[in-house]
Design a protein around this ligand. Structure first.
Ligand code: NAP
Length: 535
């Protein structure tokens, strides 16, 4: 492409320097394309930069939740624990940026405010808080869970105590010792935070709207034997995992609970409970699709909660009644045990909703005087980072408006009316229903190959065809419709945000998706249109 490009008119602008942006930059580095990454923060790392709350760690084993694009990197890097904590993951991402000399092409503290497709020139005009860029391609590497959901609770703005959010936790240590602390929300972030802060606070008031199923991580120091074994066959290990429905080791689809002896099932679930974390359903293909089989696994976890939590009323409140797995399964370190502490109090918002937040208290079934309020209320998942700024495509259409009735994307990679724009792990791809790391690598590799193919074949502009996009999202919903995901309220289907369209967003099934991507590529990017528009 154009060799005289400057940093303000590069070939490619990548938005976001998280796991996806870092690898996308590396992948394009020696292609002859000029690339710049725009990052809002003064640090790279994306989700692992922002989410610094106590207890933050990955819930997929680090030997899997890591890049595989460079064999030496994956051999050299040693994780200290089975599931690494946020500081170590951030250190790893910084190491990758330094190792591959990526930092010089990342512009920090630069927030994209608008990206507008210039139809006359077939270029993207990208306005930030500092500059205006013009690029041929614009790649959004903005993550699936990056725009926090701020709850609409009366009085929140008037709260005068310390207000914290798990998704924007301060960098300096927060001293919660001897404080009365409230936390709203009981998803993965909260489930990791609660056991940590309960140890130091005076009182912890947990405001729970919906309980969650959580499986113990049984985290610990990295088993050197396991590490050596995996490293001796890393490529093969990654390949094996990728054949599983969710692309994660141990979550293979073999037996059916419906056809198995119940004692054997309970023994297997016991084993999974002790060893598998997120892979708790491991071995049973029917948990996500058969309500009765799902109930067997759900009841198993509810019994565990009853065994762990001493007060039966609290145990009951902590026990979810919906399909297990329909909301994202959580993985914890001592979560349910924490409710046996005298300083931890569970407030069930179904029986006692929050009436209002005062200057220094929360009014629900009674008044709770608090020094600190922590919001752990989740994210505008999968679409928030793309709809919270003005992304303007053909004919002035804004992506936010195009997606008003539900986000539609072809393969989670491209959107009709938005030419030469790619999304990494966008809606319609396995993303959040897979191990994000290899899913990100899959998309980055695909985008880089696609751009390379366009150059080789003298194509200037790529766009998803409207019909391919429609058909693909119909399939996404058809598959979800066969599972318990469709009938459970979750952020997978936009139910966590009142104003959001209720549509199922991720694609279920890594192997089917991978096959489809390969088919599309080998048929000259079937379903995409080149140098023409949908209109
Ligand atoms: P989340 O799972 O969406 O949980 C948000 C919580 O806040 C839910 O309990 C929700 O209740 C509650 N909530 C929202 N609005 C509320 C309101 N107005 N009043 C009271 N409660 C309210 O968010 P998250 O915990 O941040 O986790 C999001 C995702 O991030 C996870 O599912 C996971 O994929 C990822 N994550 C991963 C890790 C990891 O790898 N270790 C760690 C953290 C997060 P409802 O359920 O009733 O909506």
């Amino acid at each position: 492409m154009n060799q005289s490009k400057t940093s303000l008119n590069p070939d490619v602008v990548i938005v976001g320097a998280g796991v996806a942006g870092i690898y996308m930059l590396h992948k394009l580095k020696n292609t002859g394309l000029t690339t710049v990454v725009l990052e809002k923060s003064d640090e790279l790392g994306g989700t692992w930069n922002w989410n610094r709350y106590p207890g933050a760690r990955c819930d997929i084993p680090s030997l899997e939740y890591s890049y595989q694009f460079d064999e030496e990197l994956q051999q050299d890097w040693n994780w200290s624990e089975k599931y690494s904590a946020q500081p170590e993951i951030l250190e790893y991402l910084n190491h990758v940026a330094d190792r591959f000399d990526l930092r010089k092409d990342i512009s920090f503290e630069e927030e994209v405010l608008e990206a507008k497709f210039n139809e006359e020139l077939s270029l993207w005009d990208i306005k930030t808080n500092k500059e205006v860029y013009q690029s041929k391609f614009c790649i959004f590497a903005t993550g699936c869970l990056s725009v926090p959901n701020k709850p609409d609770i009366e009085g929140l703005e008037e709260f005068e105590g310390q207000l914290l959010s798990t998704s924007y936790w301060p960098r300096e240590k927060v001293d919660l010792a001897d404080k009365n602390v409230a936390i709203i929300g009981t998803g993965s972030s909260s489930i990791q935070t609660i056991p940590e802060i309960a140890k130091e606070v005076k009182n912890l008031y947990v405001f729970q709207r919906t309980p969650n199923y959580s499986i113990p991580s049984n985290n610990g120091p990295m088993d050197k034997g396991v590490e050596a074994d995996i490293k001796s066959r890393y490529a093969e290990f990654r390949k094996e995992n990728w054949k599983n429905g969710f692309g994660i080791a141990g979550i293979s689809d073999e037996a059916l609970i419906a056809e198995s002896d119940i004692d054997e099932v309970n023994n297997q679930l016991e084993d999974n409970w002790k060893n598998n974390g997120l892979g708790f359903f491991g071995g049973y293909a029917d948990v996500p699709i058969d309500a009765n089989s799902n109930e067997v696994a759900a009841a198993f976890v509810r019994n565990k909660i009853k065994e762990i939590v001493k007060d039966p009323k609290t145990a009951d409140k902590l026990s979810p009644k919906y399909h297990i797995g329909g909301k994202r399964l959580c993985v914890d370190t001592g979560y349910f045990e924490t409710f046996n502490r005298e300083n931890v109090h569970l407030i069930d918002l179904h029986s006692s909703p929050i009436n209002r937040i005062g200057k220094s208290n929360i009014e629900a079934d009674q008044e709770y005087d608090i020094d600190t309020l922590i919001l752990a209320t989740g994210f505008d998942a999968m679409t928030g980072a793309l709809t919270s700024l003005d992304i303007v495509g053909r004919n002035g259409i804004i992506l936010r408006d195009q997606w008003k009735q539900g986000a539609k994307s072809y393969l989670g990679l491209g959107v009709s009316n938005f030419p030469n724009l790619f999304t990494i792990t966008g809606p319609g791809s396995p993303s959040v229903l897979s191990n994000m790391m290899p899913s990100i690598e899959q998309h980055v590799n695909w985008i880089a190959d696609c751009i390379g193919w366009m150059i080789d074949n003298n194509k200037n502009v790529i766009e998803s065809s409207l019909s391919a996009e429609e058909e693909w999202m119909d399939l996404v919903n058809e598959i979800a419709g066969m599972t318990i995901f469709k009938s459970t309220e979750s952020w997978y289907n936009g139910s966590n945000i009142d104003s959001k369209a209720k549509a199922f967003l991720p694609f279920i099934g890594v192997p089917v998706y991978t096959e489809k991507l390969e088919e599309v590529t080998s048929n000259n990017y079937q379903g995409f249109i080149f140098d023409t528009s949908n209109n």
